[in-house]
Design a protein. Structure first.
Length: 686
């Protein structure tokens, strides 16, 4: 890799165009939280969407995958945890599995924890779901940034903590170096209007959002939920956690609410409850109450604004088998159900269990689940189950005929007891209803609030817990405002700290692969994925083979691939990135990338750049080609000024046709590329 840095063909780019590192731009809440935990920044620099940064998170949680992460950690040559205070280990995913192999994995995790002195922050099977443990114990906390090797770490945003998922390699990197790299995504603002009607919950809000805005409006964005004090005070914290949790299904990388008095009062209640784990955290409680919380600047920039009027919502349901299909529950009143679920990190907190129990009690004494229906319950943690047992909630649900499961993930991820059988219909308060996820592919899975789940279980068909009539016509209650990003190409920027080995300015010719959703099998054929020791030459030969057989002869070392939207979708194979590098292509430009492909690329020293405006420009000039050529040499060249974070594109006559400010490339990320990828960088740090 070091040798290629001196070659003319080497090209480098940041990822997004939405904002730039600049002293004159205001910051939103997401940018401020990342700024707080970013390390190795140039003096007086201010970070924004698009910038690459190195982040040292407040905490990092791993669950059943802690052992695979430990193997990666050892494979990097690491022998000691860099910062033991960061690491939280939980067991929650496959807790019903008593096979020898699974118990051996759990034993290995416990042994690793003991060897590295992590026992105080290691939680065993039955203690609860990792995300709930993070919140209960203050590991995810307001005004902080926490990550987990699980897609639902977005949950932490409900308490004003920027939570985002990392892959296993990232987790091992944090264990060994205390940090990981991140590029700040574009940030969308969701403005909530009106008051949430009594009886509705956060599940109704997020299910309606997923169904109404179902055209990838927030894909790979960070989301900030805003509203007036009156609006936000109508949304309890448990509902905010549910909303933040399911921003994952909405396609976002995080979803966060700012700290307000409602949140502070929620923590005060936990602190005064001597039986609650948080009651021991006087340090955190005093900090929350006495220190000023982070807020977005009044003129903060957002990629787009979405609006939803809560006052016109009713009980919503998603499905079948998709969160993008949502509608009022009343539309499905004639649908019979077979199974009901009140489990998972989404809706198994005390208020969720209480909401379900209330539906049973208000239907009359000794109300039972309908004949032919099974309902499964599991508290999000043993703390919550104990609270539910003490206040009688658990007894109400058990007496009604609910089947209790261990505190863990269970059927929500297709594990353990109670999975859907062929032909069955299930209504669940979980977060995902992908086809086959909760059991048979021949079943239908729907998502709804705990109250709707309980009402449906009682009646044996889709139902709501009361007869309150609410306006269900969404006309006029939704709105999208795309933010017009001003031309900032001449705006002063914080200087990018350059490595001596890194080029300050580079060029390359664009080769256009004009197609959206090119998947990883199209980039690197699946038949080679599990062949060990495939040579670099062979990888180069088969690169993009399933996309276009002519790619091999058209593309030369040093060329830059430019493609459509959602490039690299599909499986998570790292060879999709390394095959492109083997071909001699050091940079891929696209309208957008699959997030896993994006992280795999950087981790393997392949740079990526999201530039939707360039895709639009090329399609205007080349998409009318009647020859249907899949791979086109354009004659267009890209020029990247690394120090100024500006990219310009010239056409085949040498005329500048596009100029964009893009995110700055941190010194840390430069080091990763110089070392040939994340693994090499980690080893150099060790």
């Amino acid at each position: 890799m070091l040798k290629s840095l001196n070659q003319k063909t080497f090209t480098l780019a940041g990822r997004r165009q939405f904002s730039a590192t600049s002293f004159i731009l205001a910051q939103n809440l997401t940018e401020k939280l990342v700024q707080k935990y970013a390390v190795e920044l140039p003096a007086n620099s201010e970070i924004h969407s698009g910038d690459y940064v190195s982040v040292s998170p407040y905490h990092v949680m791993t669950h059943d995958n802690s052992w695979p992460v430990a193997l990666k950690f050892k494979g990097l040559g690491a022998t000691e945890i860099k910062n033991k205070d960061q690491v939280v280990l939980t067991i929650d995913h496959d807790v019903q599995n008593k096979t020898e192999s699974n118990l051996k994995k759990y034993s290995n995790i416990a042994k690793f924890s003991e060897e590295h002195g992590l026992q105080k922050k290691t939680y065993k099977a039955g203690d609860g779901i990792g995300h709930q443990i993070m919140i209960e114990n203050g590991y995810a906390f307001p005004n902080t940034l926490a990550v987990a090797s699980d897609s639902h770490s977005n949950t932490y945003g409900g308490i004003g903590c920027l939570g985002t998922p990392v892959v296993r390699t990232d987790a091992a990197c944090i264990w060994s170096t205390g940090q990981f790299w991140w590029q700040i995504p574009p940030v969308a603002k969701v403005e909530l209007i009106g008051k949430l009607p009594i009886g509705l919950s956060g599940k109704d809000i997020i299910v309606s959002l997923c169904g109404i805005f179902n055209n990838d409006e927030v894909l790979n964005h960070c989301i900030e939920f805003t509203g007036t004090e009156e609006t936000l005070s109508s949304i309890p914290i448990d509902s905010r956690l549910t909303i933040a949790n399911m921003t994952t299904e909405w396609g976002a990388l995080s979803g966060v609410f700012a700290v307000d008095e409602t949140l502070k009062n929620w923590y005060k209640e936990k602190y005064l409850d001597t039986k609650h784990p948080f009651s021991r955290r006087s340090d955190l409680y005093q900090e929350l109450m006495n220190k000023e919380s982070l807020k977005p600047d009044s003129d903060a920039q957002y990629a787009k604004t979405l609006k939803l009027d809560l006052s016109k919502l009713t009980h919503y349901i998603a499905g079948p088998n998709s969160v993008k299909i949502s509608q009022p529950v009343s539309n499905l009143f004639d649908m019979k159900i077979n199974k009901a679920y009140l489990v998972s990190c989404t809706n198994s907190r005390l208020s969720d269990l209480e909401a379900a129990a209330k539906v049973f009690t208000t239907h009359g004494p000794n109300t039972k689940i309908a004949d032919g229906v099974q309902m499964y319950i599991a508290a999000a943690s043993k703390t919550i189950q104990k609270q539910a047992e003490e206040n009688g909630t658990w007894k109400v649900l058990i007496d009604a005929g609910c089947t209790p499961l261990p505190s863990g993930c269970g059927p929500c991820i297709g594990l353990g007891t109670g999975l859907l059988e062929p032909g069955e219909v299930g209504v669940s308060a979980t977060n995902r209803n992908f086809k086959g996820r909760m059991g048979s592919k021949e079943a239908k899975a729907f998502l709804a609030s705990p109250a709707v789940v309980a009402a449906s279980a009682i009646k044996g068909f889709m139902a709501v817990p009361n007869d309150v009539k609410i306006d269900t016509d969404p006309t006029g209650i939704i709105q999208i405002e795309e933010t017009k990003v001003t031309d900032s190409s001449n705006a002063p920027s914080a200087a990018v700290e350059m490595l001596p080995e890194f080029p300050k300015e580079i060029r390359g010719e664009l080769v256009f692969c004009d197609q959206d959703n090119i998947n990883t099998d199209g980039i690197y054929p699946g038949k080679y994925t599990y062949e060990d020791y495939v040579s670099k030459e062979k990888m180069a030969e088969v690169c993009m083979e399933n996309y276009d057989a002519k790619f091999q002869t058209l593309v030369k070392p040093g060329d830059i691939i430019v493609s459509g939207f959602n490039f690299g979708t599909g499986s998570s194979r790292e060879q999709a990135a390394t095959a492109i590098l083997a071909k001699g292509v050091p940079l891929v430009v696209a309208g957008s990338f699959s997030n896993i492909f994006f992280r795999n690329s950087i981790n393997n020293a392949l740079l990526t750049l999201e530039l939707p405006s360039l895709i639009k420009l090329l399609r205007e000039n080349f998409s009318n080609d009647e020859s249907k050529v899949l791979t086109k040499r354009t004659g267009y060249h890209i020029n990247w000024n690394i120090e100024k974070s500006i990219v310009s594109v010239t056409n085949d006559q040498g005329k500048v046709v596009l100029t964009n400010k893009v995110g700055s490339l941190s010194r840390n990320l430069q080091e990763i590329i110089v070392k040939g990828g994340l693994e090499g960088w980690v080893k150099s740090k060790l």
